[in-house]
Ligand binder design. Structure first.
Ligand SMILES: C[S@@+](CC[C@H](N)C(=O)[O-])C[C@H]1O[C@@H](n2cnc3c(N)ncnc32)[C@H](O)[C@@H]1O
Length: 228
């Protein structure tokens, strides 16, 4: 399957890695996000998230995992700055666009078509795990929260950014229920003595212009470092 909205290049799914050979994860989650991306030629702004730019300014490039990479703007920005990027996404529509942009730009990214909890990622191996507005489904065993933390290498950082205020919203007629999703406080609750909280705050969003999320005004920013 190819997607010509990816830019100049036409990208096939054979360019994505997946632990199971194709997509690895719940087909319903993939279908929901594929249909959302397919509604528009481009869903997000195409520019890197402001919190990512600000919070990585002091970091030395190493291995980074971008969780829920969408159309790839953060992944490409990181790759341009010398990071060795693995970018994970459930939507094949979004991933084809992202891979097309990378190809157009001559950048190398390791694209993974899988749900975070099914991706069979190498544990404790990323210097930075970045999850920007990741829309991870909550489960009783906190699998997504644990997967975010487990991917971080000793000395590395987890940067989790979400839209402020969403976790306290009423269930929406569209079906959105905040209780279904992972929020930064749920990750903070799991931290033990191996972790130090470097940033845990709400602040005005440094939003890229345009894109479907442009109306959100404030971020929740959680930045935690794994000591050992
Ligand atoms: C709100 S979008 C944010 C996209 C991107 N990080 C950005 O800031 O533009 C959330 C993304 O997470 C992806 N996603 C949802 N559940 C996921 C999961 N369990 N594992 C990996 N990606 C997931 C969606 O397909 C979507 O692209």
């Amino acid at each position: 399957m190819t997607d010509n909205t990816a830019g100049g290049a036409s990208v096939s799914e054979s360019e994505f890695r997946s632990p199971g050979g194709g997509y690895t994860g719940d087909p319903a989650v993939r279908a929901e996000w594929d249909s959302r991306y397919a509604e528009r030629q481009q869903l997000w702004s195409g520019r890197p998230n402001g919190a990512l730019v600000a919070e990585t300014a002091s970091l030395t490039p190493g291995r980074v995992l971008d969780v829920g990479c969408g159309e790839g703007a953060d992944a490409l920005w990181l790759a341009r700055r010398g990071w060795d990027v693995t970018a994970l996404e459930v939507s094949g529509v979004a991933l084809r666009r992202a891979a097309g942009h990378a190809r157009d730009a001559g950048l190398t990214v390791n694209w993974v078509h899988a749900e975070l909890t099914r991706a069979a990622l190498p544990s404790a191996s990323f210097d930075l795990v970045s999850a920007q507005y990741p829309a991870l489904l909550r489960t009783p065993d906190a699998a997504a929260e644990q997967a975010l933390l487990a991917a971080v290498a000793p000395g590395g950082v987890l940067l989790l950014v979400h839209h402020a205020g969403m976790q306290t919203q009423q269930t929406h007629e569209s079906g959105f229920d905040p209780a279904d999703y992972v929020w930064p406080s749920m990750v903070t609750e799991l931290l033990d003595d191996d972790w130090v909280v470097e940033v845990d705050e709400q602040r005005p969003r440094l939003a890229p212009d345009g894109g479907a999320g442009a109306h959100h005004t404030d971020d929740l920013v959680l930045r935690v470092r794994r000591l050992r």
